[in-house]
Design a protein around this ligand. Structure first.
Ligand SMILES: Cc1cc2nc3c(=O)[nH]c(=O)nc-3n(C[C@H](O)[C@H](O)[C@H](O)COP(=O)(O)O)c2cc1C
Length: 283
């Protein structure tokens, strides 16, 4: 009973937080559209294009949402206000064009871009062809996580390698950010931290940084091995609790992030980036 009430309490808090965030984001978006700041609008465009791109990669339709419509509107606003072509906007236009052609208008499968993947930069891969990942490769990926930097050399990360198809399916479908692909990956690696290693209140942000550093190191290694991977996160504490339960993690262990990995089947159009000059200030 006590556990039920505690869970209910946290679910309610999570729900309220989520609602507040949604209001903030909606307000931010409507302000961004009314009096657009170039950088904010470009960021909104990237976000909407990212959602449309995921559906394109998974060859699914966004029929129940209006993301593709919003994306089209934001691109028009951007183009009517600002003259210089922003690489993000060009990328977003390409994604929208492909989405309209291949999904909205019922065309065939969008062609995967195939720059020599090995040599090209890392990009998130969300579609995997069949094929197991050799243990030696998994070991190299974990080694990269272990060798990642950690705050005060705490080395707080633990890695769960999920390979049983049944558990991959159950974990994959619990990860909101992995919807549509994580449950089909040959391997999911979950990075946990042991919270007992952070004793001071001022350390509260460090578990995220530590697990983030390990996750990024692992993703780079995934790419360098010629495999494909995608970082996945989840939003709610309730989700983390559900995932912890499925994984049977220890009392002080908190899952922070996860990677779906496998042999790439579809290489997406790489999202453009801000330029180093535009985001760097030399002091
Ligand atoms: C903290 C973090 C969380 C992420 N969570 C997800 C996720 O839940 N699902 C997903 O498909 N991609 C996720 N990603 C991948 C981003 O969407 C991706 O890195 C971004 O769109 C840029 O694309 P690229 O990795 O192909 O360069 C995440 C990335 C980071 C750094």
């Amino acid at each position: 009973m006590a556990e039920f009430i505690t869970n209910l309490f946290w679910d309610l808090i999570d729900y309220l937080r989520e609602m507040l965030l949604i209001c903030r984001v909606a307000l931010g978006r409507s302000l961004a559209l009314r009096a657009p700041d170039r950088d904010i609008l470009a960021s909104e465009i990237r976000l909407a294009a990212h959602i449309v791109d995921k559906e394109l990669q998974l060859h699914r339709s966004l029929e129940n949402t209006t993301w593709h419509v919003q994306l089209g509107k934001m691109i028009s606003i951007y183009e009517s206000k600002f003259v210089t072509a922003d690489p993000s906007v060009l990328w977003a236009k390409e994604i929208l064009k492909r989405y309209r052609m291949n999904i909205a208008e019922g065309g065939g499968e969008s062609p995967a871009t195939e720059p020599s993947y090995q040599a090209s930069r890392r990009t998130s891969i969300r579609r995997f062809r069949d094929g197991a990942i050799p243990d030696s490769m998994v070991a190299q990926v974990i080694d990269a996580g272990v060798w990642a930097p950690s705050s005060c050399n705490r080395q707080p990360c633990r890695f769960l390698v999920v390979r049983s198809p049944d558990l991959v399916r159950r974990i994959g479908s619990s990860l909101v950010g992995g919807t549509g692909f994580a449950d089909k990956a040959p391997v999911i690696i979950v990075a946990l931290v042991d919270l007992r290693m952070y004793s001071m209140p001022g350390d509260r942000h460090l578990p995220y940084l530590d697990a983030g550093a390990a996750t990024m190191s692992m993703l780079s290694t995934v790419h360098s091995l010629g495999l494909g991977g995608c970082w996945m996160n989840w939003k709610l504490k309730t989700r983390a609790r559900r995932i912890s339960k499925l994984l049977g993690v220890g009392r002080y262990e908190v899952p922070i992030s996860a990677i779906a990995l496998g042999h790439p089947e579809f290489i997406p159009v790489p999202p453009s980036r801000t330029t180093p000059e535009s985001v760097t200030r030399f002091l």
